[in-house]
Design a protein around this ligand. Structure first.
Ligand code: F6P
Length: 441
């Protein structure tokens, strides 16, 4: 399914960059498969494509059908790992223009992923008087942004449909036992879905966290899981020929050779939010203890006309990982008898041929400019290829974190802003910190 080409990386690394890491990779793979080592308790995602809860999976499909029948709009409330995976898959498989299309599935809007008043007001106006349902997603159940948004949309639903009617339109995806959202969902009798204990937010797209909104958008979640399962089976074999091992070794080798930024590039505009998902996955997993590649992303060819300058000639601190999907359709460039634009040398050629040459030319130019290039090639964008890619990136991320000798499954750094925010907001218990912070502002 996935072809990894490292030929444009090897000139920047010693020949033995995979074999010299073999022992560490073996240990990393064994920690992942045996759920041990740093963060081992959060490696439930490793076997998820095979061992997922089949009863809940059937409930997800039933809930998606109910949402499709009852509502013209689904508001998905969540942030970070409780947001990006669903949006990434929906945009990649159903298009960033999904909401603009004629369809028999609901428009899907995302809320609670920030604190912008303007965005909230715009969303409320966009929903208008249409029927809507809400899927509130929070593993901890206490994250401020989604909790505030849920308070607002819950009140809107209750005003429109009454308490009983609202109850039949709210789906809560949260921890099986703990947290404020769990307590609220139990008390109010919402339909509940589980973020498994052993799966952290950024690894949760293939749980109900991602699957319910994805299914509501009409995407085949069986095929998505099938693609992930194939990746799980192929990658768990390990070994120096394994693409996951090779990619993890290349990333680690490049980092040790002084590259500090990994730029994820794709020539398909619907990939944009997939790259956002990828950035959280790698940023939260590797960026700690003063270490880690900074994950960034670009959309080609558009960004070749903006960031292309920096990539070619700026600080030599990055390498690129290019994701290439086979095209789904074909468009032939027409002939123009006047040929004023001088483009008749392309007449009769598929647009994908132009894109292919743009990609090949760019890779060589960037390599010549000192930017190593990893190329990941996949069949056309579809449930199976996307499911495969999700698992591939998750697995490589787990291996990479262990190669870097950090815990790839915690995120202690995100607490600092939360503490300050709570103090400044006047949350009880934060009085001393509030006084200290206000003196500094
Ligand atoms: O699902 P929750 O608990 O609301 O968390 C959302 C996101 O917030 C974080 O905890 C960081 O603040 C992420 O790791 C997570 O994906």
């Amino acid at each position: 399914m996935l072809k990894l080409d490292l030929s444009k990386v090897s000139p920047f690394l010693p020949q033995d960059y995979v074999t010299s890491r073999q022992a560490k990779l073996e240990k990393a793979a064994s920690m992942l498969s045996s759920h041990s080592g740093p963060g081992g308790e959060f490696t439930g995602w490793v076997d998820l494509p095979r061992d997922y809860d089949k009863e809940e999976f059937a409930r997800i499909k039933a809930a998606a059908r109910k949402i499709q029948q009852q509502s013209q709009v689904l508001v998905v409330i969540g942030i970070g790992g409780s947001y990006l995976g669903a949006r990434a898959v929906i945009e990649l498989l159903a298009s960033p223009n999904y909401n603009l299309k004629k369809k028999d599935t609901p428009d899907i809007y995302f809320a609670g992923n920030g604190l912008s008043t303007d965005s909230l007001l715009e969303l409320i106006a966009l929903i208008g008087d249409r029927d809507f349902s809400v899927n509130v997603i929070s593993k901890s159940g206490t994250t401020t942004e989604p909790a505030v948004a849920f308070r607002i949309f819950k009140a809107m639903l209750e005003e429109k449909y009454g308490k009983e009617g609202a109850r039949g339109r709210i789906y809560a995806t949260t921890d099986a036992r703990r947290g404020a959202l769990k307590g609220l969902a139990d008390a109010e009798g919402y339909e509940e879905f589980v973020v498994p204990d052993a799966v952290g937010g950024r690894y949760s797209v293939l749980t109900a966290v991602g699957l319910l909104p994805i299914a509501a958008a009409g995407i085949d979640i069986d095929a998505l899981m099938g693609g992930a399962r194939l990746a799980m089976e192929e990658l768990s074999a390990g070994g120096p020929e394994n693409p996951a091992w090779q990619y993890a070794a290349a990333r680690h080798g490049l980092y040790q050779a002084g590259k500090k930024v990994e730029l994820l590039a794709c020539y398909e505009p619907p990939f944009r939010f997939f790259a956002e998902w990828w950035k959280q996955l790698y940023g939260e997993s590797e960026g700690k203890e003063g270490k880690g590649l900074f994950p960034a992303s670009v959309e080609f060819t558009a960004d070749l006309h903006s960031m292309g300058q920096y990539i070619q000639e700026g600080e030599r601190l990055m390498f690129e990982t290019v994701v290439k999907f086979a095209p789904k359709g074909q468009f032939i460039i027409p002939n123009d008898p006047d040929n004023v634009d001088g483009l008749n040398f392309l007449s009769g050629k598929p647009l994908s041929f132009v894109a292919e040459q743009a990609m090949r030319g760019t890779i060589l130019a960037h390599v010549d400019g000192g930017v190593p290039n990893v190329l990941i090639e996949l069949p056309a964008i579809g449930e199976a290829s996307v499911g495969y890619l999700i698992y591939f990136f998750e697995y490589v991320c787990g291996l990479s974190g262990h190669l870097l000798e950090v815990n790839p499954f915690d995120q202690p750094g995100v607490e600092a802003y939360k503490k300050n925010m709570f103090a400044l907001l006047g949350k009880p218990g934060y009085e001393d910190l509030k006084a200290q912070l206000e003196m500094r502002l």
